[in-house]
Design a protein around this ligand. Structure first.
Ligand code: SF4
Length: 176
């Protein structure tokens, strides 16, 4: 049985517990693949630790958080499940899956992959003799590095677009 299926049989999975950040390009890929429009919203993440600054990656919060602490996230259903979680796992094909889903459990910053933290994985059950989740999941660091670079490129593009939109707003002069 696939490790993710073993996890799902034993406990709530990452797809039922995490808030999934999406870029505008993620949204476009998902929209093209599914025809859906109802899967994304702007809200504060449920876990307040998502908003904490990470000194090793100071760019992250600048790129993903709006001034009110909200960010663009996938919709979660009443019980917490991701809107794309089906009975057999994720219903999105790999090409449409959000960057951050593809990267988990790798950790990363604006420059590189930094390791792995399988915080949602039952590692004691899946790796009783130790080892790495990314190896068990047969995840390629080379592919992950491409997705990491794409994630930051897309986040920077989103930030530039929103900064540009803000600066395009007409601020009336006091004498107008
Ligand atoms: S998009 Fe797919 S992989 Fe990502 S949280 Fe939702 S169901 Fe899981």
């Amino acid at each position: 049985m696939h490790p993710c299926a073993r996890c799902a049989a034993a406990q709530r999975t990452c797809c039922q517990r995490a808030d999934v950040l999406v870029t505008n390009a993620d949204v476009a890929r998902i929209r093209a693949a599914t025809g859906r429009e109802d899967f994304v919203e702007t809200r504060r993440p449920a876990d307040p630790s998502y908003l904490e600054d990470d000194p090793s990656d100071p760019e992250w919060n600048v790129l993903v958080n709006r001034p009110d602490g909200t960010r663009r996230l996938l919709v979660r259903l009443a019980g917490g499940d991701c809107t794309f979680l089906g009975p057999m796992g994720c219903t999105l094909g790999e090409e449409a899956r959000p960057n951050v889903c593809r990267l988990y459990p790798f950790t990363y910053d604006a420059r590189t992959l930094t390791g792995e933290v399988p915080e949602y994985c039952p590692t004691a059950m899946l790796l009783p003799d130790g080892g790495r989740m990314t190896r068990l999941l047969d995840m390629s660091p080379t592919k992950a590095e491409r997705w990491r670079a794409r994630l930051y490129d897309e986040l920077r593009a989103d930030r530039s677009a929103s900064d540009g939109a803000a600066s395009d707003q007409v601020i009336p002069c006091a004498s107008d």
